[in-house]
Design a protein around this ligand. Sequence first.
Ligand code: SF4
Length: 354
Amino acid sequence: MTDYSTSAIFSNKKTAFRRAIMHWYTHQARDLSWRGTRDPYAIWVAEIILQQTRVDQGTPYIERFLKQFPTVHTLAEADEDAVLKLWEGLGYYTRARNLHKAAQHVVEHRQGQLPTNAKELETLPGVGRYTAGAIASIAFEETAPVVDGNVKRVLSRLCNCPDNIDTPATTNAIWEWMTTLVRGKSPGNFNQSVMELGAKICTPRNPICTSCPVQRYCLAYAHDTQSTLPVRTPKKKVPHHQIVVAAIKKNGRYLLGKRPSEGMLGGLWEFPGGKVESGESHEAALHREIAEELGIRIEILDALCTVEHAYSHFKITLHVYTCRQSNGTPTPKAHTELKWVYPKHFEQYTFPKA
Ligand code: SF4
């Protein structure tokens, strides 16, 4: 590991650095509806939603979620299906299920009070070090650091860090740097100021150094290396799967299956189907998948539509076929539940985005 102790942000300029970035944050930060609250529950909800979601996409979800479940008690009492329905389209549904579980835990075991420090917050389902630090520093003024992608990028540039920020060793070093920096009053504002700088000024491509409030403390700017930093592991090519699904119609209703609650897209409803294996035709794959998942045979009628969708680690092309059941009785072999549903009632079910 490189020695960064000479970096301006670890010298006696630390206080001036903090003052500069927080002054900028106070005057220039985006006016986001969920910011400004000290309610730990609202901060928790916002942080979980924004973990893998862009701010512009996540903000309406945060507003709707807090409107429907304004307190930890209302969330704890809710049906999991209602929680998933509000999350529909956001992806990473484990976040919603964990949030719901954690709310129930807080109500059952902590009289509805969230823990007030990062260490204890981390014991809740779905709350990692970042989320715990964010809630503790913003709601409870604990001098707990946060490190997310924005923080990593900003600090690696400020320190002109030549090390790969995707490695555990550099990530740990960045947590230590943030621990050193988050001091004094308003630790929550300090944490948010670094993240905001990463989101608005010190962006992945073309950072706007001419408008940067901490340019004078930045070693990457001094060495003109900002466009080459941070050093990252090159992304692997993501696999692309062909998926076939059957819209099986009977008497105006379609057969839907509910996915098991653990695992990817857990607890969501879908048309049955699955992955086309190498060398297999779409039709053969659909017959095989339906026999495996439902124990029935089908007649394929028509190709209905094709949908492209990207998940974080792979892409899919979804081929949808209208089908008719030809024999057997559908049995849930891959789902926890099967239902025949009129299209006008689809609204009541939570589906994956694709
Ligand atoms: Fe980022 Fe440029 Fe500011 Fe350095 S000067 S922190 S590279 S925006």
